[in-house]
Design a protein around this ligand. Sequence first.
Ligand SMILES: Cc1cc2nc3c(=O)[nH]c(=O)nc-3n(C[C@H](O)[C@H](O)[C@H](O)COP(=O)(O)OP(=O)(O)OC[C@H]3O[C@@H](n4cnc5c(N)ncnc54)[C@H](O)[C@@H]3O)c2cc1C
Length: 464
Amino acid sequence: MNQPQTPRILIVGGGFGGLNAARALRRANAEITLLDRQNHHLFQPLLYQVATAALSPGDIAAPLRKVLERQRNCTVHLAEVASIDLHARRAITTTGATYDYDYLVLAAGSQTAYFGHDDWPARAPGLKTIDDALDIRRRYLLAFERAETESDPQARRRALTFAIVGAGPTGVEMAGAMAELARQTMRRSFRRLDTRDARIILIDGNHRVLETFPPDLSARAARDLERLGVELRLGRHVTAVEADAITIGAGPDAARIETTNIIWAAGVQGVPLAATLGVPLDRAGRVIVNPDLSIPNHAEAFVIGDLALAKDASTGKQTPGVAQAAMQAGRHAGRIIANEIASSPPPPRGGGQADAQRQPGGGASPHPVSPSQPPLRASVPSSLRPFFHYKDKGELATIGRARAVANLNRLHLGGYPAWLLWALVHITYLIGYRSKLLTLLNWAWLYLFYDRGVRLITGRDTNP
Ligand SMILES: Cc1cc2nc3c(=O)[nH]c(=O)nc-3n(C[C@H](O)[C@H](O)[C@H](O)COP(=O)(O)OP(=O)(O)OC[C@H]3O[C@@H](n4cnc5c(N)ncnc54)[C@H](O)[C@@H]3O)c2cc1C
C-alpha cells in the first residue's frame, strides 16, 4: 500500500533567516534538516565588539544544536553545501553527501565584497565571522605591541595608523570603538607609547557617513566620531591597497596613507552557492525572488535574507540586507510551508519506504528517495501565496560609549537615549539568557570603567 510521506524541508544556513524559518515550522508535521557550515548562530551586529575586545565570541554566538534542541522535528547537520540542483531537488555538500528535499529554504547569507580586487582581502580583512573578528582584534592589539618597541618614528606612525574602509554601520561602529580603545581603555597600559597617538581613519566614497540614515543623523554621527578623534575621509574611493599603504582617489588628488592596518567594511555580495542554482542573479550575486520569496518556476524553493533580492510587495522597495529583513523573511517562508503542509496532506510517494541509498560522499542520504518515487510537489503556485511585506522598524548605529543614532522613521534620536535604545534592542535579539546576561555585564563594566576586558592576542602569530 502507498504510504503518505512526511515532507522533507531543507534549510541551508542557521543565521537570522534560517533560524526564524526553522522556528516558524516548529509545529509542522515535517522532517526539517538545517545545514550550516558553522556549528553556531552568529549575532553579526555585535561582531565588531569582539573585534574591539569588548565581548568574547561566546557572548554573541550560540551552538545551533543547543538553540534547536527542543524542536523535535528539526535535525542540525554541520555541512557546507557546494551546490543545489533545483530540478532534482537536491543539495550536495562539499564532502559529496546529498540531501533531497520537498521544500528548500536557502538562507546562506552574504560575504565581504572587494569589487573584483582579488589581492585586497589578504591586506584588508573583512568582518563576517568570529575568526575574522579575532583576526582583526589580533592585528589591532599587535599594532600597539609593535609600536611600543619600535624606535623608528615613521614605522611607529605607520603601525599606529588604522584605515577602516566603509562608513556604513559596521565601519562607523568599529571606528568609534577603536578610537575609544586607544584613547581611553589602553591609555595607561603602555610605558613608552602614548596610545592616544593612534590615528583612526574612516574612508568612504560617499559624501557622508551612514549613507542610508537621514542627513541629520549622518551629521550627528560624523560629529560624534570626530569628537572621539576619528579622521573622516569621505567622497573618495579606495584605488589601491598595498601591504603598508592605502590610496584614496586618483590622479593629482590621490592621497596615499601609510598604514599596516586596513579593515574592509565596504560591501557585501551573495555567497557563491547562489551561482550554482542556475537562475538569474543581480550584480551583487543575490537571487531575484518572486513576491512570495520563492525562486521563479520553483515554488518549492525559497531564498531569504542577504542572499535574496526581494521587494516589498506593497511599496516595491528592495528589502535591505539587515537582520530584521532576514528574520521577517524567514518567518514568512516558514509560515507558507507550514500552512501548505497542514492544509494539504502529502500525496503518497509510491510503494513502501525508500531504502537508504549510498551517497557519493560514502554516507547514507538523510533524506533518501528512490528514483521511481517523484518528490512531493508544492501544492500552491507562487502567485496565489501571501506576498512578503517588510516591516521597517528603523535603523540604529552606535558610535561609542553613550553615543548612538536611531532612525525610527519619523523620530530621529541621538546621544544617550539612542544608545540606550540600541543596547535594549541588541540585548532583546541576542539568543539565550546567558549571552544576554554576560553582554549586559560586560557593557556595564565598559560603561563604568572604560574597560574592555578581552584584550587578548590569540592565534599562532603573536610576533609584533
Ligand atoms: C559586521 C556586521 C555587522 C552588522 N550589523 C548589523 C546591524 O547592526 N543591524 C542589522 O540589522 N544588520 C546588521 N548586519 C547585517 C545582518 O547581520 C545580516 O543582514 C543578516 O545576518 C542576514 O541574515 P541571513 O540569515 O541572510 O544570513 P546570515 O545571518 O549571514 O547567515 C547565513 C548562514 O549561512 C551559513 N552558510 C553560508 N554558506 C553556506 C554553505 N555553503 N553551506 C552551509 N551553510 C552556509 C553561514 O555559516 C551562516 O550561518 C551586520 C552584518 C555584519 C557582517
